[in-house]
Design a protein around this ligand. Structure first.
Ligand code: ADP
Ligand code: MG
Length: 251
């Protein structure tokens, strides 16, 4: 379980995140959506133990986040892939796990790549892969690390919309299989609604939580969902919150 209690982060007097309270249960898929600069990355870095809170605190399973991270219990996926260019897709997936001192599992790494549609690309280097494929490798790497918690900061932000939708469907089905705790940051409202069990809407100046929505869409979620009325109503409700302030009920 991830707990944020009154999390406040200031940079030289500028308040990036103010009094954020949030509890994320084990196995929950939470999305965080908000305008650029509202403190999403700052909050995520605090959850990762990469940013010390100015006040308040963060706990992952009752431990300081830095401890959870050092033990390889927290995995990351960033907007820009951070694969090692000289290693193959399979080596990139295996590498982090080795760094964390966990037993190697080449079979598992290969199976993950295949489940993410990368069969036949195991030996390709990142330069030979498309942007979407690289992000698939980065996701496989984070999952292969064996972390229970995955923190994702706009991982599909640089992808075209079609690839983005496809990867969203795959991530959601991967989550259904693996049941990791996922915190996924995005500035795309449809992406936040499609992916999350719960969608946290942030406002800015100072960065804070405006509202939280239970998403409750039928499973499994596939691209059909985008056209459904239920999906569109939820997207509209989140948009209203972002534009007008409070709107706590999903209609
Ligand atoms: P988001 O990810 O939602 O776009 P960030 O968390 O990156 O927002 O940033 C929140 C605010 O804090 C922004 O106004 C940004 O300019 C500011 N900020 C972020 N990092 C720093 C830093 N290291 N020093 C000073 N200001 C920062
Ligand atoms: Mg950011």
């Amino acid at each position: 379980m991830i707990e944020l209690e009154d999390l406040t982060v200031r940079y030289d007097g500028f308040t990036a995140v103010a009094d954020v309270d949030l509890r994320i249960d084990r196995g929950e898929f939470v999305t965080v959506v908000g305008p650029s600069g509202c403190g999403k990355t700052t909050a995520l870095r605090a959850i990762a133990g990469l940013q010390e809170p100015t006040s308040g605190r963060v706990r992952i399973d009752d431990r300081p986040p830095s401890r959870a991270r050092e033990r390889g219990d927290v995995g990351f996926v960033f907007q820009r892939h951070t694969l090692l260019p000289w290693k193959t897709a399979l080596e990139n997936v295996a590498f982090l796990r080795r760094m964390a001192g966990k037993p190697p599992d080449r079979e598992g790494a290969g199976a993950l790549l295949r489940s993410l549609g990368l069969e036949g690309f195991e030996d390709a280097r990142p330069s030979a892969l498309s942007g979407g494929m690289r992000q698939r490798v980065a996701i496989a790497r984070a999952i292969h690390l064996g972390a229970d918690v995955l923190l994702m900061d706009e991982p599909f932000g640089e992808l075209d919309e079609i690839t983005r939708d496809e990867l969203g469907v795959e991530l959601r089905s991967l989550w259904r299989r693996e049941r990791k705790t996922i915190v996924f940051v995005t500035h795309s409202v449809p992406e936040a609604v499609f992916l999350g069990d719960r969608c946290v809407v942030m406002g800015d100046d100072p960065g804070r939580i405006e509202a939280t929505f239970d998403v409750n869409l039928p499973e499994p979620r596939d691209t059909e969902v985008f056209g459904s009325r239920a999906f569109q109503r939820r997207v509209a409700a989140v948009r209203r919150t972002l534009h007008d302030g409070y709107e706590r009920e999903v209609p």
